[in-house]
Ligand binder design. Structure first.
Ligand code: SF4
Length: 387
């Protein structure tokens, strides 16, 4: 059963000094030169807020700059193809953000401009209450609260809130808001404090402007806040990636369906591996694979995905179903496609088109059953970055 803390007192001194302390600190020690600062253009702010969801600032900066050099206005974004947008997002992960951004740009363009209120911003795909609050605060100077993971952590620690309900936290966030003149500094201050001082592990309390009012710090109970719900275990999945080239030096790619992992992106054809499934390959390939590249371990929120890239030469006569989701691409043309990061990292190995020179394992007498068995043993190679 959910436990409510009921410890937040809107009349307590900490409530009154919270914003003041934070703003003084932000002006002196906060960040002021990020590429998305110094503007009140809601489009520029919106793009940054979406990119920063689940992603660190230093990762976002080059993506943000490239994205805006291609899509400088909401109209250019609306008029671009989803493929172009996904291609610019390639490697940033959480691709639903890019699809929502594109769709929302079309809606904004069709409506003749950006929504002006938090409630209206929330009607756009991919914009939740916190993102809407950030856009409204930075672009319009509205007294609107934000409540991302960092802010929740700060509020729980300062006010010693154990397992607060989401709505309770929103009430705290609303109660702390300063006047509209100071709202942009305050909102940036919360973001900066969560990134620079009130870290998830080992917060830098001795340098924190809120140390004097922070209940968790004063009672030395920081580790208790926020209480962490138990994370569900990741489902483990094994798949074989089929890297098939033809006599023209092209590779077979397949666009992923519009929903699911890597939705709408291009990847190599894949097969799910299971001890219960037969080990023969699909696609009507005639012959044995010639090379196996290093396995990839890709961690998603709910899935630990092991991918085993294996290489085939297709027979000249090989014909694939007239399925528009398939296509043959040279490695140069693949560079322009919207590819998930682990797939993009395979490209340099494809350019060494002579399989005998690849660093993968040359397959000789191993039959498919042996390969199948090997693939389903635990994998130790980490081919993916974790944030
Ligand atoms: S004093 Fe420490 S725990 Fe409290 S808000 Fe500051 S950094 Fe976070």
């Amino acid at each position: 059963m959910e436990q409510y803390s009921n410890r937040f007192d809107p009349a307590c001194p900490a409530t009154h000094s919270f914003a003041l302390l934070l703003n003084v600190w932000q002006r002196q020690y906060g960040r002021h030169t990020l590429p998305w600062q110094g503007t009140q253009d809601p489009y520029l702010i919106w793009v940054s807020e979406i990119m920063l969801q689940q992603t660190q600032v230093r990762t976002v900066i080059p993506y943000y700059q490239r994205f805006l050099s291609t899509f400088p206005t909401v109209e250019t974004l609306a008029q671009s193809s989803l493929d172009q947008v996904l291609s610019h997002w390639s490697g940033l992960g959480y691709y639903a953000r890019a699809r929502h951004l594109h769709r929302a740009a079309q809606l904004i363009s069709a409506n003749g401009g950006f929504p002006r209120t938090v409630a209206d911003l929330c009607t756009l795909p991919g914009i939740g209450r916190s993102t809407a609050g950030a856009i409204a605060a930075f672009a319009y100077g509205d007294r609107a609260a934000i409540l991302d993971g960092n802010v929740k952590r700060i509020l729980c620690r300062v006010f010693a809130l154990t397992s607060p309900a989401e709505e309770e936290l929103w009430q705290v966030a609303d109660a702390l808001l300063p006047d509209s003149e100071n709202i942009a500094t305050y909102t940036q201050g919360l973001m900066d404090l969560g990134t620079l001082r009130c870290l998830r592990n080992r917060p830098l309390c001795s340098d924190c402007p809120l140390a004097g009012i922070c209940q968790a710090h004063q009672t030395e109970t920081i580790a208790q806040y926020p209480s962490r719900p138990k994370r569900p275990q990741r489902q483990v999945r094994h798949s074989r990636l089929l890297l098939i080239d033809n006599a023209q030096g092209q590779w077979l790619m397949q666009r992923k369906p519009p929903t699911g992992i890597w939705a709408g992106l291009w990847s190599f054809p894949e097969e799910t591996l299971s001890p219960d499934l037969p080990s023969s390959h699909s696609l009507g390939l005639d012959g044995e694979p010639h090379t196996m590249l290093s396995p990839i371990r890709h961690l998603l929120t709910h899935v630990e995905w092991h991918l085993y890239p294996i290489m085939f030469h297709s027979a000249d006569s090989l014909e694939f179903p007239a399925d528009p989701s398939y296509g043959w691409f040279t490695t140069e043309s693949m560079e322009q496609l919207a590819l998930p990061a682990p797939i993009r990292r395979l490209l340099p190995q494809l350019t060494m088109n002579d399989a005998r020179t690849l660093q993968g394992e040359k397959m000789t007498s191993q039959g498919f059953s042996e390969i199948h068995r090997t693939m389903l043993t635990p994998c130790t190679t980490d081919g993916d970055r974790q944030r």
